[in-house]
Design a protein around this ligand. Structure first.
Ligand SMILES: [Zn+2]
Length: 260
């Protein structure tokens, strides 16, 4: 009897999830939800981690922050192309990647292979039914290759799960790239900020901000993308990873203390 009730409950919850996507996630975030996040200093709420992540519910790979408004300061806006990456910190971790870019900056050459091993790089192979392509980690560009042709640059690569890279970051990066392709004379302010908690070697995710200077269309957004992999538990302190034995518990940060 109890079992039946549990099964029904799980089905019910799954249905809610399927139909309500991101809103459903938002209500489970702590009181100080992402809509009230202003700037990047205010990230305490991220420590709670994503409440749920399933391959079926891809919207939960990110949350909109700061009402979807990028928070560049006025004097940062420029239509003169540049790119800048903060130096690695004392633990060797990547920092923020900032740029102003337009179609003329997009690469036309060959993409080179990547050899850098960013912090938290504890590579493992899983069944491809669990992780697309098998390998848990990608060398994830902060500023994607397709935007300004960044190659194997230590200051622009972080350890990211396959899902983070492909299901999390890429759709946003594509939005920006598509906009640059479509509007030759539009300039995009773009910033990707990896978020590490305490001395963690693996980032919890990245804040992505994109703002077209000439218009307010699809290239404008401010989101946090979670560095997670459904079905896999990640130890953010080290980057170690293993199969989540209890699929009822999402691959969450909660089970792991954040730096003691
Ligand atoms: Zn535009």
């Amino acid at each position: 009897m109890h079992k039946i009730r549990t099964v029904l409950m799980v089905m019910f919850l799954s249905l809610i999830l399927m139909f309500s996507g991101c809103d459903f996630l938002l209500q489970f975030l702590p009181d100080k939800g992402p809509d009230s996040v202003t700037g990047l200093d205010d990230i305490e709420w991220l420590k709670e981690g994503p409440v749920i992540s399933t391959p079926e519910n891809k919207t939960t790979f990110y949350v909109v922050i700061n009402n979807n408004e990028p928070s560049f300061s006025k004097d940062e806006y420029t239509t003169e192309s540049f790119k800048k990456n903060d130096p690695l910190d004392s633990l060797g971790r990547v920092g923020t990647a900032t740029s102003s870019m337009c179609r003329a900056d997009m690469p036309t050459g060959e993409r080179e292979s990547l050899d850098t091993n960013p912090t938290g790089w504890v590579q493992n192979r899983y069944d491809s039914a669990l992780v697309e392509g098998g390998w848990i980690y990608n060398r994830a560009h902060l500023r994607g290759y397709q935007l300004m042709g960044d190659q194997d640059d230590k200051q622009n690569l972080m350890t990211g799960t396959r899902a983070f890279n492909v299901d999390g970051m890429l759709p946003f990066e594509n939005r920006t790239a598509d906009h640059m392709k479509e509007y030759e004379n539009h300039h995009i302010m773009y910033r990707v900020t990896p978020i590490f908690i305490d001395d963690d070697l693996l980032a919890r995710g990245v804040v992505m901000e994109s703002d077209c200077i000439e218009c307010d269309e699809e290239a404008d957004y401010a989101v946090f993308v979670y560095n997670i992999q459904p079905g896999i538990t990640l130890d953010y302190r080290t980057g170690e990873n293993w199969i989540n034995e209890d699929p009822e518990i999402p691959s969450v940060w909660k089970s792991l203390p954040s730096g003691g």
